[in-house]
Design a protein around this ligand. Structure first.
Ligand code: NDP
Ligand code: MG
Length: 334
């Protein structure tokens, strides 16, 4: 069955007329969605704790940020754009006590609603509008007259009016210019987690790292290994993005294409696919969510240690040095 996709003409901004939208958090998604909404004529307020760069950023964008509690009290539509791992606590302590009947509670990722960390009281609908791209693109594409495609999903029992609000919201942030796909909160949450773990973040990083280590351990120069296994990846992914796998294969040499066919299936094997299935089951059963919530309760000790260890890997130190020598690359340091 083909997906339902909405475009500009399917959405009516008048559903947000006389509606106050609170954006909670002025981070990656918050700063982008808030500004796009305002530029589309919506009434936007910001809930952002003081004392951080994001607070100052909101002020520099001519918003008057207030506490989460105050923003929830004043708003009709509340979008929680805080890190997923803090949403449960902030929801229970600062949002829930200030919700009123008829409010619409929004998110850009279904993790907390799907896994029961954000449970709306009766009379409050939940709604997901999730841009399929990072915040800075949500803003820059909108400014160029385009938009990042979005997903829309209604929470259990949400009304048709809430769907109209969601489509209007998606239009106001530029999403209906790119297309807004109808999904469910379960589907969005599970496929998002699966994609980032298996391919986008986990799978690709480990593939690159293992290949880099293999070359370096065999005595090749780390700089060569970096260019082969990391730097060139972008060129290949750009071809995927423009024309799929076939376009990449058309563009590379016949030797590279032959190597792709004979070696690819030896790297990603039937066993790898078995593990993918297991990962999916752990996402569906809530095991992954529970582990991540518990890790945060424990102060994220193992998460922080792993982050530190990965930052010191040789592929990172070599890469930092090489990127400095390529002046056209906008080198980012964390
Ligand atoms: P960020 O980490 O960029 O921003 C988080 C914001 O929340 C900041 O303003 C931060 O303020 C505030 N904040 C953090 N901790 C607390 C706390 N304990 N109490 C109050 N405020 C807090 O988040 P993202 O924009 O990346 O993510 C927001 C949501 O959007 C998530 O659900 C995410 O899954 C979803 N999403 C993100 C995408 C992305 O590309 N980033 C893409 C699609 C969806 P301070 O500066 O004070 O810490
Ligand atoms: Mg994602």
């Amino acid at each position: 069955m083909a997906a339902t996709i909405y475009y500009d003409s399917d959405a009516d901004l008048s559903h947000l007329k006389d509606v106050t939208i609170a954006i909670l958090g002025y981070g990656s998604q918050g700063h982008a969605q808030a500004q796009n909404l305002r530029d589309s004529g919506c009434n936007v307020i910001i809930g952002q704790r003081p004392g951080s760069a994001n607070y100052d950023l909101a002020v520099s964008h001519k918003f008057e940020p207030m506490s989460v509690e105050e923003a929830v009290k004043q708003a009709d539509v509340i979008n929680i754009l805080l890190p997923d791992e803090v949403q449960g606590d902030v929801y229970r302590n600062q949002i829930l006590p200030n919700l009123s009947d008829g409010n619409v509670l929004m998110c850009s990722h279904g993790f907390n609603i799907h896994f029961g960390q954000v449970e709306p009281p009766s009379g409050v609908d939940t709604l997901l509008v999730a841009p399929k791209g990072p915040g800075h693109l949500v803003r820059s594409e909108y400014e160029k007259g385009g938009g990042v495609p979005c997903l829309i999903a209604l929470g259990d029992g949400a009304s048709e009016k809430t769907r109209q609000i969601g489509l209007a919201y998606a239009k106001a942030i530029g999403g209906t210019r790119g297309g807004v796909i109808e999904t469910t909160i379960a589907e969005e949450t599970e496929t998002d987690l699966f994609g980032e773990q298996v391919v986008l973040c986990g799978g690709v990083s480990e593939l690159v790292k293992a290949a880099f280590e293999t070359l370096v351990e065999a005595g090749y120069q780390p700089e060569m290994a970096y260019f082969e296994c990391m730097h060139e990846l972008k060129l290949i992914v750009d071809l995927f993005y423009e024309g799929g796998l076939s376009y990449m294969r058309y563009s590379v040499s016949n030797t590279a294409e032959y190597g792709d066919y004979v070696t690819g299936p030896r790297i990603i094997t039937a066993e790898t696919k078995q593990v993918m299935k297991q990962v999916l089951e752990e996402i569906q059963s809530g095991k992954f969510a529970r582990d991540w919530i518990l890790e945060n309760r424990a102060g994220a000790a193992s998460f922080k240690a792993t982050r530190r260890r990965n930052r010191d890997h040789e592929i990172e130190t070599v890469g930092r040095r090489l990127r400095k020598l390529m002046s056209w690359i906008d080198d980012k340091e964390v």
